[in-house]
Design a protein around this ligand. Structure first.
Ligand code: UDP
Length: 471
């Protein structure tokens, strides 16, 4: 009998591509199935996407093919957001995708799209792939909000941000105005309509794989599955198979980052990085710098050019970026902190014993990379679903402190930055100790979930049986 074959589809953007590449790697190595990944990339042959694909190909566990991108400018509103462009592009890829699947020598047993690619699901039926699943590389509360959105869309009038009471999602934590996904903030925008469509399409699949685990979000997972208002909307099985994150890669030495980290005390350094695309205003960059200095703690800062500098030069070199720091900052903090401006080896940094905290924008991949290393978080949410991630981390899981207001609404001052950093890395008060202990507890539970017979390990095998990838 032919080896079962899983076909995975990635949407454009590194934040969507990496989770699918990691899922493919996990399916191949754990289930021993053949994995093909069709990656729709950003179109402008993004070097980072190409590098990620090359690295995945070199690993040798999956076949990865880049699909030529289509132009969707005539299909989107003139003010279309990146989100809208991606989901519309995925729908417009149908003919190309259909031909690519038809021409495969080995017919797929199952197809998995990431949640931005649900528009491609009908192709599975056209080409006779009977089982189709959605991968949500985020958490269960996000999934709940997503699939419940079509209901909210019918019953709530006006903008969600204007309603006084937090929005109720049955069986889950309610969604307050500061937790909303960025895509639902303006209901007249095309991205909102696309979001509702995705919420309607997810339950048309045969099941959802979600990047969380039972011990982390048991209540929300129960609400999605057990008989109730939410599960009646969901209708399909939900498999919690997380955390799926990148493994540590080799570090090429000499490397100034790791040489510096090697010299620091255990758990003494706060790592500051706002994801692949997170940038701050110049004013916020300056306050953050002062805050790090004032905290008196060691720091490793992945600094990007501030937003207001974007037009200043096409170069993104060290001098350009460093010019946005307060005068004398680099001299005063020499030895105490390290500022880097290039792409940082984040997983390897978070694995280093000297890292004691992570000031993060709370993209879910960054969150999982931190939690699997037991590193507590200073939550600095910027966009997408990061606001709800910050709430989840602080109020439900208890592994983070967060800014008093959303950084998108107000500049966070230096005193507050210093206090948040100290709380996570240094303070011996009860709250800081509790958060660090909880982060360690979550690390252990994340390992157990993927140990032989652990919840996520079992869930993946259960899924594989259901879709006949295994007998
Ligand atoms: N990342 C990295 N080095 C950097 C910035 C980001 O390795 O300098 C990686 C990070 O480890 C994570 C991904 O980029 O895997 C960012 O994904 P996330 O979901 O956290 O946020 P996004 O960038 O999609 O908003």
């Amino acid at each position: 009998m032919d080896q079962p074959h899983a076909l995975l589809v990635a949407s454009p953007g590194l934040g969507h591509l990496i989770p699918i590449l990691e899922l493919g790697n996990r399916l191949s190595s754990v289930l021993n199935v053949h994995v093909t990944i069709l990656a729709v990339t950003s179109g402008s042959s993004s070097p980072t996407e190409t590098e990620a694909i090359q690295a995945a190909v070199a690993r040798g566990t999956c076949e990865v093919t880049e699909l030529p991108s289509v132009d969707v400018d005539n299909l989107v509103d003139s003010d279309a957001t990146v989100f809208t462009k991606i989901v519309v592009k995925m729908q417009a890829m149908k003919p190309t995708f259909r031909e690519a699947v038809k021409s495969m020598k080995r017919k797929p047993t199952v197809m998995i799209v990431d949640f931005l690619g649900t528009g491609l699901m009908p192709v599975a039926d056209d080409v006779g792939v009977t089982a189709k699943y959605v991968y949500v590389p985020s958490h269960a509360w996000f999934l709940a909000e997503m699939v419940y959105l079509p209901v909210l869309d019918k019953v709530i009038e006006g903008e969600y941000v204007d309603i006084k009471e937090p929005m109720r999602i049955p069986g889950c934590r309610s969604v307050g105005p500061d937790d909303l996904m960025e895509t639902v903030l303006d209901r007249s925008n095309q991205q909102y309509r696309e979001c509702v469509r995705i919420g309607e399409e997810v339950p048309m699949s045969d099941g959802v794989l979600v990047n969380t685990w039972e011990e982390l979000q048991g209540n929300t997972l129960d609400a999605l599955r057990e008989d109730g208002e939410l599960s009646r909307v969901m209708k399909i099985p939900v498999y919690a198979i997380g955390p799926i994150v990148r493994n540590n890669g080799p570090i090429k030495r000499p490397n100034s980052i790791f040489e510096w980290l090697d010299k620091q005390r255990d758990r003494s350094v706060v790592y500051v990085c706002l994801g692949s695309g997170g940038t701050l205003s110049l004013e916020q960059t300056i306050e953050l710098a002062w805050g790090l200095e004032l905290s008196g703690q060691r720091f490793l800062w992945v600094l990007r050019r501030p937003i207001s500098y974007l037009g200043a030069s096409s170069r993104d070199d060290d001098d350009q970026v460093s010019a946005s720091l307060p005068e004398g900052f680099l001299d005063r903090t020499r030895g105490m902190g390290l500022v880097v401006t290039q792409w940082a080896p984040q997983v390897e940094i978070l694995s280093h014993g000297s890292i004691g905290g992570f000031l993060s924008h709370c993209g879910w991949s960054s969150v999982l990379e931190s939690l699997t290393k037991g590193v507590p978080i200073v939550a600095w949410p910027l966009y997408a679903e990061q606001w709800m991630n910050a709430t989840l981390l602080t109020e439900e899981i208890g592994v983070a402190v967060r800014t008093s207001v959303l950084p998108a609404k107000k500049v966070i001052g230096r005193e507050e930055v210093a206090s948040l950093v100290r709380k996570i890395v240094a303070e011996e008060d009860e709250e800081g100790r509790k958060i660090r202990a909880k982060a360690e507890e979550v690390r252990v539970s994340s390992e157990q979930a993927w140990a032989q017979g652990g919840s996520s390990h079992s869930s993946l095998f259960e899924w594989a049986k259901q879709c006949r990838l295994m007998s």
